[in-house]
Design a protein around this ligand. Structure first.
Ligand code: FAD
Ligand code: ZN
Length: 498
């Protein structure tokens, strides 16, 4: 899907030159990138689903420079597309406005401003990668629990802007639950210093939570106060064969009854998804002798030095007896535990090697999950006979990546042309079960136009109202998250030319 605009010609070119000069004056010419070959990595989405166009990539080095860029954008009628690690999966970080837009890359906002082990907080600037935050916490003998396969590249600003989930949500919550405070540059160039470290603060509306999950449409997050936790000292992992998603949920119930909050990972994988990993990923092998239709990666961890192996064995033997688990491998070493994780972490990446893959990042209430999987599987097979649901995800959170690979030998482009039709079929099942069409990846551009069919109209109207309040000229990431407003009301997609 390539969306491009013809670059402006004639007098506008002169005005573009002036804008670029002013951008150079704010961040330094070195940090205003206009060379097409240097811009490519910022304009192309991870899976190649979108290729955007922009006037420039601009890399501010401080919060003050971000604020100055916002003021410049307002004056020049430019839009700003914030970008962190460019690992987002819904096109939110890609500019579609051609010469009307600049990408504001946070890659120079890379300072960890403070680590406070006594207060269990860490203050990081937006462009620090998630892996760097985890490492800084560990260096202070603490733990930052947000974890996802893109953690080496994605940034804390992007994580908060998308309210990222990942594999630790079952025990620690998503990005929203892990932030105590934010620093945000507003559309009018003001800097909101909300870097509070309080765990209790009921002084009015919770502004922080407005910006978290807003995908760069309400403000630019420049820094955050993050919560730290005691470092896990004991861990045990098992790779379990389970006959069905219902059995997986029964196993989850048993694990939580036995080990409570020590259940820190509970990931479900369909055989098809594991099969793709075994076929394509390097250095992997099936931990179990026989194939099973479904698998669970179950991990217990605790900040205490304790033998969680006893609890894990007790959970698994009860589950064997009840028929909820048919086989399991326990990690006897760190190497084996890492080998289990390699299987899980490679899952998104390898799907691209099996031809077209139509994605659904959905959640349903836990009790509805088995029915959702059965009904959605039937529905996609009816729509495209031979298609291959390669389902995996954070089943403990009711969140599945219901990704569907093309039939073997089908034409990829042909198959992908059915993206929207398949989305409609799967999302209808999701909504019938009271679920969400975006559990953790956000709305961005990809799901924007699905909002009216999926979101309560009053909620959508309030969202438009907040956008108008915080960004009346629609400078921040226009065309993302919010669909065009119904005709009687002002649109958020004005035509703004520099
Ligand atoms: P970007 O992709 O650069 O931006 C994402 C959005 O945030 C855009 O709308 C952008 O405009 C906005 N944004 C970025 N920085 C800022 C800022 N400082 N201020 C305001 N807005 C900003 N996501 C999950 O939730 N769970 C997963 O398990 C998961 N697994 C993934 C696995 C892989 C292999 C990949 C490639 C992605 C995965 N993702 C997952 C999606 C992605 O990694 C997350 O959405 C991540 O939080 C995005 O961070 P980023 O820095 O790359 O942001
Ligand atoms: Zn996920």
């Amino acid at each position: 899907m390539t969306i491009s605009l013809t670059p402006l010609r004639g007098p506008a070119e002169a005005s573009q030159g002036l804008v670029l000069e002013r951008l150079n004056a704010i961040v330094g010419a070195r940090h205003v990138v206009t060379e097409p070959s240097d811009m490519t990595r910022h304009l192309t989405e991870w899976r190649g689903l979108y290729v955007g166009e922009a006037l420039a990539i601009v890399r501010p080095g401080s919060t003050e420079e971000v604020a100055a860029l916002m003021r410049e954008a307002a004056g020049s009628r430019l839009s700003i597309v914030p970008q962190g690690g460019n690992t987002g999966l819904v096109g939110g970080q890609i500019p579609f406005g051609g010469a009307r837009e600049i990408v504001l890359s946070t890659e120079r906002l890379r300072r960890i401003r403070d680590v406070d082990p006594a207060g269990n907080t860490l203050v990081a600037e937006a462009g620090v990668t998630l892996a760097e935050v985890q490492a800084a916490a560990e260096a202070a003998d603490r733990f930052f629990p947000l974890s996802l396969a893109a953690e080496g590249t994605c940034t804390i600003g992007g994580n908060l802007a998308t309210n990222a989930g990942g594999t630790g949500v079952i025990a620690y919550g998503n990005a929203r639950d892990l932030a105590l405070g934010l620093e945000v540059v507003l559309a009018d160039g003001r800097i909101w210093n909300g870097l509070g470290r309080l765990r209790k603060d009921n002084t009015g509306y919770d502004l922080k939570n407005l910006f978290i999950g807003s995908e760069g449409t309400l403000g630019i997050i420049t820094a955050a106060v993050l919560k730290l936790f005691p470092r896990p000292r004991s861990r045990e992992a098992a790779f379990c064969a389970v006959p069905s998603p219902a059995a997986a949920l029964a196993l989850l119930g048993m694990a939580q009854a036995e080990a409570g909050s020590s259940v820190t990972t509970f990931e479900l994988m369909a055989r098809e998804a594991l099969g793709f990993v075994l076929k394509h990923a390097p250095n992997v092998r099936d931990p179990l002798a026989e194939a099973s239709p479904w698998y669970v990666l179950l991990e217990l961890s605790s900040p205490r030095e304790e033998d969680l192996g006893i609890a894990l064995e007790s959970i698994l033997s009860a589950a064997f007896e009840a028929g909820e688990v048919t086989d399991a491998a326990l990690a006897a070493s760190l190497d084996q535990r890492q080998a289990f994780w390699r299987l899980r972490d490679a899952m998104s990446e390898v799907q691209g090697l099996e031809g077209g893959s139509i994605k659904h990042d959905v959640s349903v209430p836990l009790p509805a999950l088995p029915a959702f999987v059965a009904e959605a599987t039937r529905a996609v097979l009816r729509l495209v006979p031979g298609c291959r649901p390669a389902i995996f995800g954070h089943v403990g959170d009711g969140n599945l990546h219901f990704n569907v690979s093309q039939p073997v030998g089908a034409d990829k482009a042909d198959y992908l042309r059915g993206w929207e039709e398949m989305n409609a079929v799967v999302h209808a099942v999701v909504l019938a079960h009271g679920g969400s069409i975006s559990a953790e990846h956000g709305i961005g551009r990809l799901k924007r136009d699905l909002m009216p069919g999926a979101k309560d109209p009053v909620a959508l109207d309030l969202m438009h109202g907040l956008k108008t309040l915080l960004d009346p000229a629609s400078i921040l990431n226009p065309g993302k998250v919010l669909p065009a407003r119904p005709p009687a009301l002002p649109s958020n997609e004005g035509t703004r030319l520099p």
